[in-house]
Design a protein. Structure first.
Length: 122
């Protein structure tokens, strides 16, 4: 006859490690994908800027963001994907700032001078 199938008991999920807040209160890592990816991108931007693509290390980025390498790979697939996301975010920020220059309000030559000056400074 058929034997009854036994299912494994669910294992309780481990809580994220706690960290100390400003006033000594413990803060836990929350499940906030938008904040997590933003933090990863912020730290990765500094890491890539300082060490380049070849020198940057995913494990250092993970440690600085209090997340795991596995989570970084979940969001960005691989190191190249993270690097591409960093470049896309930098480009998005530049375009947002450029939009605030109001180049349409200027004569073409003045607009070009402002854009080139802005690009050179940043």
């Amino acid at each position: 006859m058929n034997e009854p199938v036994q299912t494994a008991k669910p294992i309780a999920a481990k809580r994220a490690p706690r960290r100390e807040g400003v006033r000594g209160k413990e803060l836990s890592r929350t499940n906030d994908p938008a904040r997590t990816t933003a933090e990863i991108l912020e730290v990765a931007t500094r890491e890539f800027a300082a060490k380049g693509l070849a020198g940057a290390r995913i494990d250092e980025i993970a440690a600085a963001t209090r997340t795991s390498k596995r989570m970084i790979y979940y969001y960005f697939v691989n190191k190249d994907g993270l690097y591409l996301a960093v470049l896309e975010e930098a480009y998005r920020r530049m375009r947002t700032i450029e939009a605030d220059l109001h180049l349409d309000d200027l004569e073409p030559m003045a607009a070009l001078e402002r854009l080139v000056g802005f690009t050179y400074d940043h």
